[in-house]
Write a protein that binds this ligand. Structure first.
Ligand code: KG4
Ligand code: ZN
Length: 349
């Protein structure tokens, strides 16, 4: 059994967790959302400063909540890519320092691999192969999970990520930041069939459409045009109906692509990860389609959908059990494809 203390600071949550393989011993998430709300989005420099101010307290709280001391920790891990460079640096530097001081193995973790591992925290018997639908603020992709560190990207967005689309649509509806949770709540009171919106098909050069790729930037523009037209017509914008129609379109688009991908590749399980996995419309759509096609869909509990360090610890523990550790010279990378994740570890002898 491996006990890992993990740190996640890639964006606007300062998170520290202690994980024993797939079991969470403690999980601290200090959200910066109220700080960034006044700017309508995440301000990178403010995020780094907030991480610096919070990280040591969060580490102490994680140890206290787990009732463990440093002697009982086997390894230290931190998210090192992708994300905001200044924000990532805070967590990575803290983890490397702790690993050095306490003489423990150190592991850098890919943020999106963490989102895949979030499913293991509630489904401890799950093992590859399976399909992962990753839907966060910065990424939207369909990943064939083959093994620890072995991934193939089968589909992705050609422009905006699903979470980004939620955030942008919320901004144009003047609903504040982050957009996903507000739209989700408002959509419950609206009619999802009120407005027909484009689902974001991606044309292929030889004709037809890509089966797995999506585009959300056209959908966002369609919502903007719709709102402008409604305002021009002089009536009140039915915000709940617009939110519900937008959410339904995103959910339908993601569901269609995930189901097609799972069936084409003969994968019987779809695990969802990332902040948008918390979305009630997506959950409902995907569950219903999965039942129809005899597939299994797994959603992490809400607290492990959005950014947290437990998922990072879970990924690190698995890498460690495969003999993977990272050099203390490892740096941060704002962009790193999931397929490149083994770059983070020492080559095995
Ligand atoms: O995974 P995450 O916490 O951070 C990134 O790695 O990006 O995802 C954050 C994204 C934001 O865009 C937020 O609006 C979206 O997830 N989100 C949601 C919901 N909760 C968070 N989107 C739709 N419905 C939700 N309930
Ligand atoms: Zn994330």
């Amino acid at each position: 059994m491996t006990t890992v203390l993990a740190i996640e600071t890639s964006c606007d949550e300062t998170a520290v967790a202690i994980v024993n393989n797939r079991k969470v011993c403690s999980s601290i998430v200090a959200s910066q959302i109220p700080v960034h709300q006044q700017y309508g989005g995440v301000v990178p420099e403010v995020a780094s400063r907030q991480h610096l101010e919070t990280i040591n307290v969060a580490i102490a709280q994680a140890l206290k909540q787990a009732q463990l001391d440093w002697g009982q920790i086997d390894a230290i891990a931190a998210t090192c890519a992708p994300g905001l460079v200044g924000a990532l640096l805070v967590g990575l530097t803290a983890a490397k320092t702790l690993a050095m001081v306490h003489n423990k193995p150190f592991l850098g973790v890919h943020h999106l691999e963490g989102h895949i591992y979030a499913t293991y925290l509630s489904e401890s018997s799950l093992n590859p192969p399976f399909l992962s639908l990753l839907v966060s603020g910065g990424h939207t992709s369909l990943i064939f999970v083959k093994d620890c560190g072995n991934y193939e990207t089968l589909g992705q967005t050609r422009d905006d990520a699903a979470g980004e689309a939620f955030d942008k649509v919320a901004r144009l509806l003047k609903l504040g930041y982050p957009g996903g949770p507000v739209i989700d709540k408002l959509a419950q009171q609206g009619n999802p069939q009120a407005f027909a919106l484009p689902e974001g098909k991606v044309s292929l050069p030889g004709g037809g459409f890509h089966r797995y790729d999506a585009s959300f930037s056209g959908l966002k523009t369609a919502v903007l045009r719709l709102v402008q037209q409604l305002e021009k017509d002089g009536g009140q914008v039915p915000v709940a109906d617009v939110a519900a129609s937008f959410q339904e379109t995103v959910a339908r688009s993601l569901t269609k692509r995930a189901i097609a991908c799972a069936l084409d590749y003969g994968l019987d399980t779809i695990a969802i990860g990332g902040g948008v996995a918390a979305n009630s419309g997506l959950r409902k759509n995907l569950q219903a389609a999965a039942v129809k096609h005899n597939l299994r869909v797994l959603f992490p509990p809400l607290k492990f959908c959005t950014d947290n360090a437990a998922m990072i610890g879970c990924a690190a523990a698995d890498h460690l059990s495969h003999g993977h550790t990272s050099p203390l010279t490892l740096g941060v990378e704002s962009r790193l494809a999931l397929t490149q994740v083994m770059k983070l570890y020492h080559p095995l002898e």
